[in-house]
Design a binder for this molecule. Structure first.
Ligand code: ARG
Length: 431
């Protein structure tokens, strides 16, 4: 059954707080080489070259020379690569040369350039296609791209994030959506959403132990500092925190009740399972990555797909540093937990994953199982190959955390990951 919970919508302006500066912290256990965005480096002034002297007389020292102009805010090389790729893959867009000239001229004059709506939409879809950790890329062409580049105020961003969740949730038929807000411009960095995802649960350290999602502890503390009143419940949706400018106090917004579709978890055979009171939200919408297209950075571009069951059942609810539910589930199943060799964790894990898939299905909320999603991914790889394109993929993220060897994605390797590949969703550069 899907549940929609009532929440008050509030917003407080308040006193200055430090920026979080927290990199995108995905809780995957494998060591991840994080592709760091290269900050544009300003050319270092070279020492004045020595002139050949034809006389023994000391020459007057040359006076100070003007420093070479700093490189433009937006890298023209990146811009040109993207414009060429756009025209190559979309022959209907015609000859790239006039557009190329216009873009380079705009960068010359203003330091940056504006994408056409078609470039933005295609660039965002390419960023998904290039996401080496994502198993769900078969549907990259279907991404709904919301062009909200005219918006940069926190109130407007919050309102459109809520609309994003409504459109993506779509009554349970989840749609992949990205909402693209104003980019970084020369001298005018864009606003940022401080949450890792638009919907996530708060975590708290209490005397009786941790409550809620430990992955939501830092943000919950930050929100409380800003004036958010939390109930310290196990599944309490965090408010949205939006910071308009560096050093400014973030504004916070409680999510309206019609934005947050959640599913209460039950098990098809074990009726006691529902009594555990577990649930999860329907729309995983990553909100702390920068969408980078053709050298333009969009730090506020939340995007979502639909869940694969194992993300919830084998990680969020199972990891020891998340909801850590395997012991409880094993106990209710009456398993022998005296030794690792009874595989009680593995058995509890499977029942938990069955409950997740069953409950979403019963609630009419889109969710994929890892077998189906693995097959779709290999279909995508094959399709791209036919088009003459590689599919860079990170094996350790593509292989599901349950029954890896039962899925076909386990039994092969992939094209190597290139951290410089663009367009891409990349970790945000701290302010
Ligand atoms: N693994 C993250 C979570 O459990 C979500 C990452 C994106 N997942 C997706 N299916 N698009 O919340």
């Amino acid at each position: 059954m899907s549940l929609i919970f009532n929440r008050l919508r509030t917003r407080t302006p308040a006193a200055a707080a430090p920026t979080v500066g927290c990199p995108y912290a995905h809780t995957h256990t494998h060591a991840q080489a994080q592709a760091r965005q290269a900050e544009p480096t300003h050319a270092v002034r070279q020492p004045y070259p020595t002139e050949p002297t034809h006389t023994a007389q000391p020459q007057p020292l040359p006076g100070p020379q003007p420093a070479p102009a700093p490189p433009p805010f937006t890298d023209p090389g990146q811009a040109a690569d993207f414009v060429r790729q756009f025209h190559r893959e979309q022959p209907a867009a015609g000859d790239p040369e006039p557009r190329l000239r216009a873009v380079l001229d705009e960068i010359d004059r203003t330091g940056s350039y504006r994408h056409t709506p078609a470039e933005l939409a295609y660039g965002a879809r390419l960023a998904w296609r290039n996401a080496a950790r994502c198993i769900g890329r078969l549907y990259w062409r279907s991404l709904m791209v919301r062009d909200l580049r005219h918006l940069s105020a926190a109130d407007d961003i919050a309102a459109e994030c809520f609309e994003h969740l409504r459109l993506a949730g779509n009554g349970g038929r989840i749609r992949p959506v990205v909402s693209v807000f104003a980019p970084d411009r020369p001298g005018r960095p864009a606003a940022r959403i401080l949450n890792q995802q638009l919907v996530r649960y708060a975590g708290h350290r209490t005397e009786g132990g941790p409550v809620g999602d430990p992955a939501g502890t830092v943000l919950a503390a930050r929100a409380r500092d800003l004036g958010w009143k939390c109930a310290e419940e196990r599944f309490e949706v965090l408010p949205l925190l939006i910071q308009e400018r560096p050093g400014e106090r973030p504004a916070w917004y409680e999510l309206p009740d019609d934005t947050t579709l959640e599913v209460a978890l039950s098990h098809p055979e074990h009726h006691w399972f529902a009594d555990l009171g577990l649930r999860w939200y329907a729309v995983p919408a990553i909100s702390d990555l920068t969408l980078e297209i053709g050298g333009v950075r969009y730090p506020t571009a939340p995007f979502n797909g639909w869940y694969m069951g194992t993300e919830i059942g084998a990680r969020n609810l199972a990891d020891a540093d998340r909801y850590d539910m395997l012991g409880t589930v094993a106990e209710r199943l009456g398993l022998d937990t005296s030794s690792d060799r009874t595989l009680w964790r593995d058995r509890a894990l499977i029942e938990l994953n069955i409950a997740v898939l069953h409950s979403f299905q019963e609630a009419g909320v889109t969710i994929a199982d890892h077998h189906t999603e693995s097959e779709r991914f290999l279909k995508h790889v094959a399709q791209e190959k036919r088009l003459g394109r590689p599919t860079p993929a990170d094996w350790s993220w593509i292989v599901p955390p349950v029954s890896g060897g039962l899925t076909p994605v386990y039994h092969r390797y992939y094209d190597p990951v290139d951290p410089a590949l663009r367009p891409a969703f990349v970790p945000r550069v701290p302010w």
